[in-house]
Design a protein around this ligand. Structure first.
Ligand code: UT7
Length: 359
C-alpha cells in the first residue's frame, strides 16, 4: 500500500471534572493565574484504568470506521501511564476487544506517544506488514501526579483517543512526519519514583515527585514543534499556505500562540486546552477527534499536528484527510458510572504514602 488512511476515530473522556477552583482548595493557586498562564479552565480525572478508557475509544473508532475488531492486526498503545509493564497494556485492550491475534505493543515517548504511534502504524501498513491498525493515545496521569506541587498539578488531565488505520492507494492519511528528541534536555521533565531504577524497598507508586523546569520546557517545546513542522511541511512538498488546519499538542496556550506566530498559520488552529488541560499522549489525538466531530475537518484538507513531550521528544505530522468526515456507525458504549467527584479522587491520590528526596 502506498498510504495509510484514517478510517475511524473515537475518544473517551472520563466524566469527573476538576476545575481550577477545585485545585485552589488544596494548592496555593487560583483560576486567574492558571487561565492567564496556561489557557486551562478544567481537566478530567479518571475513575478507571487507562486500558478501560482506551477500550471505549477503540470501540468508538472501530464503529466510526465501519471495521470489525477481528480485522485489526496491529494495536499500538501510546502512553507513559501504562496499567502494567508486563504484560503490556496493549494486550489488555486487545483482550477487551476480543481480538484473538494481533501484534500489540506499548510505545512511550511521553506526550508525543500517540503521534509516534501514528508514524509507526502508518509505516507498517505501507510496508505491507499489517493491514488494519488501531493507534491509541491515552493517559491516566492523575495517578502519577504529584498533587502537592502547584507547578505541575494544575497542568494535566486524563483522557484517551483512538484511530483505525488502513492501507490505500489514494494519496491520503499520513503524508509526512518528522520525529526527534533533544536527549540532552531529558532532565528538565522527570516523574521521579516511577520506574525500576527507583526500587529501594519502597512502593514505586506513591513516591512520585516531578522535576519540571517549566520555562526550559516551554523554549524547547516551541523550538521542537516549529522545526519539526517546517521539516514535515517541506517533506510533504507543501507550503505553509497549503496547511488548512493546525491541531497542536495542547500543553499551554502561550506555547501554541508562539508556534502559530512563528509558523505563520494563525486563524487555522484548533483549541480545546480550556476543557481538558494537557492529557499528555491523549492530547493531540483527542484534539483531532474533536476537530472532526465539530466539523472543522473537511474532505481533502491538509492538517498539521505538531507535538512535544518529556524526553524531550518532538514531532510534526501532516495528514491529508480523505473523503469521509462522518462516522459510519456510532457505538453504543459508555464507561461504567463514576460514583466519586474529581476532587475526592484527587484527595485519595494525595493520601498515598510519599517518600521524599531525589534519586
Ligand atoms: O508536555 C509537557 C508538559 N510541560 C509543559 O507544558 C510546561 C511548559 N511550561 C509552561 O507551560 C510554563 O512554564 C508554566 C505554565 C509551567 C509556568 O508558567 P511561567 O509563566 O513560566 O511561570 P513561572 O514558572 O515563571 O512562574 C511565575 C510565578 C512564580 O512565582 P514567583 O517566583 O514569580 O513569585 C511561580 O512560583 O508563578 C508561580 N507559580 C504559580 N502561581 C500560582 C507557579 N505555578 C503556579 C500556580 N499558581 N499553579
Amino acid at each position: 500500500m502506498k498510504f495509510a488512511t484514517i478510517k475511524g476515530w473515537g475518544k473517551c473522556l472520563p466524566p469527573a471534572v476538576l476545575t481550577n477552583d477545585d485545585i485552589s482548595t488544596f494548592l496555593d493557586t487560583n483560576d486567574e493565574w492558571i487561565v492567564s498562564r496556561t489557557g486551562m479552565k478544567e481537566r478530567r480525572v479518571s475513575h478507571v484504568h487507562v486500558s478501560d478508557l482506551s477500550y471505549v475509544a477503540c470501540v468508538r473508532a472501530l464503529a466510526a470506521a465501519g471495521v470489525n475488531a477481528e480485522e485489526v492486526d496491529l494495536i499500538i498503545f501510546g502512553s507513559c501511564t501504562a496499567d502494567e509493564v508486563v504484560p503490556n497494556t496493549a494486550s489488555r485492550i486487545q483482550l477487551l476487544l476480543g481480538i484473538k491475534t494481533a501484534a500489540s505493543f506499548d510505545l512511550n515517548t511521553a506526550c508525543t506517544s500517540g503521534m509516534y504511534a501514528l508514524s509507526v502504524a502508518s509505516a507498517m501498513i505501507k510496508t505491507g506488514a499489517v493491514r488494519t491498525a488501531l493507534v491509541i493515545g491515552a493517559e491516566v496521569i492523575s495517578v502519577a501526579q504529584d498533587w502537592t506541587d502547584r507547578n505541575v498539578a494544575v497542568l494535566f488531565g486524563d483522557g484517551a483517543a483512538a484511530f483505525v488505520l488502513q492501507g490505500t492507494e489514494e494519496q491520503e492519511g499520513l503524508l509526512a512526519d518528522e520525529l526527534g528528541c533533544y536527549a540532552d534536555s531529558r532532565d528538565i521533565l522527570r516523574a521521579n519514583g516511577y520506574g525500576l531504577r527507583y526500587i529501594d524497598g519502597q512502593n514505586i507508586l506513591g513516591t512520585i515527585w516531578w522535576d519540571f523546569l517549566g520555562q526550559e520546557i516551554f523554549k524547547k517545546a516551541v523550538m521542537g514543534m516549529c522545526e519539526a513542522s517546517a521539516g514535515a511541511i517541506a517533506q510533504a512538498g507543501l507550503s505553509t499556505d497549503q496547511i488548512d488546519l493546525v491541531v497542536p499538542h495542547q500543553a499551554n496556550l502561550r506555547i501554541i500562540e508562539a508556534v502559530v506566530k512563528r509558523l505563520g498559520v494563525s486563524g487555522r488552529v484548533f483549541l480545546n486546552i480550556h476543557k481538558y488541560g494537557n492529557m499528555s499522549a491523549a492530547t493531540t489525538p483527542v484534539a483531532l477527534v474533536e476537530a472532526i466531530e465539530e466539523g472543522h475537518v473537511k474532505p481533502g484538507m491538509h492538517i498539521l499536528l505538531p507535538a512535544f513531550g518529556g524526553g524531550l521528544t518532538y514531532s510534526a505530522h501532516i495528514i491529508r484527510w480523505g473523503e469521509r468526515v462522518t462516522p459510519v456507525h456510532i457505538a453504543d458504549i459508555e464507561l461504567p458510572p463514576c460514583e466519586k467527584s474529581a476532587l475526592e479522587m484527587v484527595r485519595e491520590h494525595m493520601s498515598r504514602p510519599r517518600a521524599g528526596g531525589p534519586f
